[in-house]
Ligand binder design. Structure first.
Ligand SMILES: Nc1ncnc2c1ncn2[C@@H]1O[C@H](COP(=O)(O)OP(=O)(O)OP(=O)(O)O)[C@@H](O)[C@H]1O
Length: 488
């Protein structure tokens, strides 16, 4: 028999297009009818003849219909839950549908921005896996029994399905690997397209909004090599589920971002979330009462998420209880000296005790319980003062990567100029390059100068404004450091 493609050519019968699923279904029903007739009449034939006929008819059936079909229904179970397999297949087929199917269905995606296309009912697309060709057809049953009952819900009696057709010689490949592959890919596409969320905690409860920060690594101004290294690290992490499972470690990674305010720490976190398609949990530690609440919050975070604790040095008494004790003693001495300050003192004490989350509570969670949570998670701490942090918090293994975000260098400036002014070169770049070698300015400040103030603004105006600011800072520093101050 020739390859199935020839059978699968569009057939127009009585004006309706026939897909391979229908075609094979049709052949199947003819074969079924013949079998039925044979069952009725075979008693009139001698035993040997029956044996011979059955042997040959079996061969004939196999010869005529060498394909296997698997149907995946949209709704399954008694409560008609939407099948995960169906939705994974739908996602998997969406890209194939847009290039192959002649009739497509369009819908607005969950992020309300992109149009999502899928194949319309009774359409068909082909696929190839390890050299094996197969076909997916979409279809729908309309239940007649329900159509009168569900008058108010005209769509509720439609049952959609996908039908997979493949040659029986490929059974092992399809059932063994292909279907797993489709499920995995389909779920990955779903994760990529899902609407991501930004969670924040008030006390021990998370609330969320849609996360739509536009930052990407492309727009993040920093040393290009370091940026490449970070992107590599993140992508490697996100693909290393198998590796972490094999070595028996929790699939987590810790990042410490440090640097002065306005150097892009928060922007980088948003870029990380956008790169990996993860949700963001912005954990406000000062709002968490104690370690029990902290544990509850962290356990509730979902897989594929970044948990962020910003300004960790301000959120936690990082030098442990000792400093607290010392402060308390000092305050007590002061209190003894000054009885009139009693009320105020009480209030300050209350502040110190308002959050009883401790460093050890946080570390215990990162090292211990955390490991029991399935799925991948990044934990990111940020600080403006890395030197203030307790070494226990930042030691390797807990914080796998320490990333310094620093003042704006010339490379970072060029990227900002490209982003904000859409220029790659300018005669003032040389002056700026020289000034940036001497003056510390944050990318946030540079961005402020380059931000177009009018629709017709000339790039030169903004670059000159930046040069002015840099020269002013240079003069101020000279004044502050006296006449002997030398530029470094
Ligand atoms: N490296 C950078 N690349 C591009 N834009 C930047 C960068 N750094 C800062 N910016 C701009 O400055 C603004 C403030 O930056 P951001 O909040 O990321 O800094 P930060 O280091 O997190 O500051 P803080 O320590 O005060 O939280 C951002 O909205 C962004 O537009």
């Amino acid at each position: 028999m020739s390859e199935p493609e020839s059978c699968l050519q569009e057939k127009v019968r009585g004006g309706t297009k026939m897909n391979p699923g229908d075609l094979f279904g049709h052949i199947g029903s003819i074969v079924g009818s013949l079998m039925f007739i044979w069952a009725m009449f075979k008693q009139f034939f001698p035993y040997q003849v029956v044996n011979q006929i059955e042997k040959h008819s079996q061969r004939l059936v196999t010869y005529v219909y060498p394909y296997i079909q698997i149907t995946f229904h949209e709704f399954t179970g008694e409560r008609l839950m939407r099948s995960e397999a169906y939705s994974a297949i739908e996602n998997y087929l969406s890209s194939k549908a847009s290039t192959q199917a002649k009739r497509l269905k369009g819908d607005i995606g969950k992020n309300n921005q992109s149009l999502v296309l899928s194949m319309d009912d009774h359409e068909e697309v082909s696929d190839e896996f390890n050299g094996v060709k197969l076909w997916w057809a979409s279809g729908k049953h309309i239940s007649k029994a329900q159509s009168t009952v569900s008058f108010h819900h005209p769509m509720s009696d439609e049952r959609r399905y996908y039908k997979l057709t493949f040659h029986k010689r490929n059974r092992d490949v399809i059932l063994g690997t292909y279907l797993n592959y489709v499920m995995k890919e389909g779920k990955a596409i779903k994760v990529k397209n899902r609407q991501r969320k930004l969670y924040t905690n008030s006390g021990s409860y998370w609330s969320h909004v849609v996360f739509e920060h536009p930052a990407t690594f492309q727009t993040l101004a920093m040393d290009p090599e370091e940026k490449e290294m970070i992107i590599d690290d993140l992508i490697t992490f996100s693909k290393s589920g198998g590796f972490y499972a094999r070595i028996g470690r929790a699939w987590k990674r810790g990042y410490l971002l440090y640097g002065p305010p306005g150097t892009g720490k928060s922007t980088m976190i948003a870029a990380m979330a956008n790169l990996l398609g993860y949700d963001l949990y912005d954990l406000e530690l000062t709002a968490v009462k104690d370690n029990t609440e902290l544990r509850k919050l962290l356990i509730e975070t979902s897989s594929k998420s970044i948990i962020v604790i910003e300004d960790i040095d301000c959120s936690l008494d990082l030098t442990g209880q000792r400093r607290k004790k010392k402060e308390k003693e000092e305050k007590e001495q002061e209190q003894e000296k000054n009885h009139t300050g009693q009320n105020q003192q009480g209030m300050q004490e209350k502040d110190v005790k308002s959050s009883q989350v401790t460093l050890s509570g946080l570390l215990n969670f990162i090292d211990g319980l955390w490991s029991a949570c399935a799925g991948e998670r990044l934990i990111v701490f940020t600080t403006n003062y890395v030197e203030k942090l307790d070494p226990a918090l930042v030691r390797k293994g807990r914080m796998d990567l320490h990333i310094e975000l620093s003042y704006c260098g010339f490379e970072a400036f060029k990227l900002l100029a490209k982003n904000y002014l859409n220029i790659d070169a300018h005669h003032l770049f040389g002056t700026i390059s020289e000034l940036l070698k001497e003056i510390k300015i944050t990318p946030a400040e540079v961005a402020e100068h380059l931000m177009p103030k009018s629709a017709s603004g000339d790039a030169e105006i903004y670059l000159k404004s930046l040069i002015q600011a840099l020269e002013l800072t240079k003069m101020q520093e000279k004044v502050e450091h006296g006449p002997h101050w030398t530029e470094n």
